[in-house]
Design a protein around this ligand. Structure first.
Ligand SMILES: [Zn+2]
Ligand SMILES: [Zn+2]
Length: 170
């Protein structure tokens, strides 16, 4: 297993064969693009030849590669759930926002009245980019995300889903 740190790899991509330590430009496609444990892109595993790849796969890489692939699948599922959650919030939007201000990297949402809790069109024009829009939707939904998307996630993970026990109120 390579001892290259993420920072070293990010500064200058080091292409060293994980088996024989010679130059190796063939990257393992199995775990390519997968996130690491902290959600950053995993530094690629390189090989000089098919033989070195086979040797390393049998010796050590098999488990790490499978774990990385699984992590990539979980992150993709999370991305899909997040997109579905934002779409849901936009369609069932009931907060009156009159103005959006950005000061020192903080977004301030000025709220108007919606006494009758009417559904309102989401004010996309008030946000200058997609990240601001997503941040506003997340802030307004607060901790309701799990409640909104748990049925979707249950369907996505299928039989692997285990319902959480219902805890008594505090
Ligand atoms: Zn090699
Ligand atoms: Zn791999």
């Amino acid at each position: 297993m390579s001892s290259t740190t993420y920072e070293e790899w990010a500064d200058e991509e080091i292409k060293t064969c994980a088996t024989c330590r010679r130059d190796g430009a063939r990257r393992c496609v199995g775990c390519h693009g997968a996130p690491d444990n902290e959600g950053r892109e995993l530094y690629p595993t390189y090989y000089c030849s098919t033989q070195c790849q086979k040797t390393d796969y049998i010796r050590t890489h098999k488990h790490a590669c499978k774990a990385a692939k699984d992590r990539r699948a979980v992150y993709r599922m999370g991305d899909m759930a997040r997109c579905a959650f934002y779409a849901y919030l936009e369609r069932l939007f009931d907060t009156s926002i009159t103005k959006v201000e950005k000061k020192d990297d903080t977004l301030y949402l000025h709220q108007g009245k919606n006494d009758q809790n009417l559904l309102l069109p989401f004010p996309s024009k008030l946000f200058s980019n997609k990240d601001e829009k997503s941040a506003a939707l997340t802030a307004l939904a607060r901790d309701n995300a799990i409640g909104f998307v748990h049925i979707l996630i249950e369907r996505m993970v299928g039989s692997a889903y285990t319902p959480c026990p219902i805890l008594p109120p505090f």
